[in-house]
Design a protein around this ligand. Sequence first.
Ligand SMILES: [Zn+2]
Length: 394
Amino acid sequence: MDVRYPGMRLRVLALLVSFLAIAGSGCRKAEPAREAKPQPPPPPPRPTSVSDAILNEFVPNEAGAVMVIMYHRIEANRPNNEMNRTPDQFRKDLKDLYDRGFLPVTLREYAENRIDLPAGKSPVVLTFDDAYRSQFAYLDPAGSEIDPDCAVGIMEAFSRDHPDFKPKGTFFVLQGGSNPPAFGQLGLVGQKFAHLVAIGSEIGCHTLSHANFRRLSAQGVAKEIAGGIKAIQAELPDAQVTSLAIPYGNIPRDPAARKACVDGTADGFTYHMSAVALAAWRPTMATIGKVGKVGPFAGQFASGDPAAIERVLPDPRQATKAGTLEYYLKYFDQNPGLRYVSDGLDTVIAVPQSMASLVDEAKVKALDRKLQIYTPAPVTPASEPRKSATGGSG
Ligand SMILES: [Zn+2]
């Protein structure tokens, strides 16, 4: 008995524990039904560094250059030139970009460093100026069917076939004042604006009267921008308008007017533009970069100034000239290391050592991200399938 006594005491304790457990669970059953739902596990902590595997496979570069493409008309009955892209050519542009690993983001996402793409993908910004009907048209006056040959119809069809390619564009519209209705169909303007926002696109301001800013005063600039935004919000009251395309890309001469392109007030309406687009001619560095003539790419690319974003222009007649989409598609084929490549993490900005000096660390800090400078693994012959596949140069 003496020997078994401690064991019995343990068994009594065990009985007591299980009784309490049953009594406890009984109490829980009496609680409201919400307790019955299993709690989801807490989210895993967000990674704060990019893995070597991702660095080696994709060579991310979040300080690299981005193409912001400037489109105007998308019409079949006009030739391909600097103001028009045929629907078929526009479809080909999307495929050419997609096949090279480019996925669209809005100008706002680019300017505000909110580029959310999988590792290895590069952002491209598709912008559309002047709100031509061929950018967004319905086939019927009731607005029930989108024209499959307009820019929005083409982007949505491409997105259905390639789900990682979102139908995201930035549309710099002309609306209100003495403008015809944006996108040319009276009575459908608000519906079109709402649709653009619903698919992840952005409505940008292109001023009220397509004014030439060159000689305007700060107040003149502010009136044009505030008027443009108010006209958009008259059609879609909660539209967030934070991107501006300066007509003709003509920056004001007056420094105060230049500031008014970003911040201003007119007629009691205050605005802030997080992105200001100019016209052609260069890709623009990531906005995490230093602004001004810095680094090895000064002159070659526009610096990452969100208040002066240069664009590239599709124009097959100038395909061999710097400035066009045709030129830069080839350029980035030959210089893949210069383009922005996502690291896939919104907590980190991964940059190869060769571009580290271009990064503005204060901007990284303001975004609460971690800067990860790394040295890309040397390229070995085995990792150059293109050379060996074509027999190489040897
Ligand atoms: Zn324009």
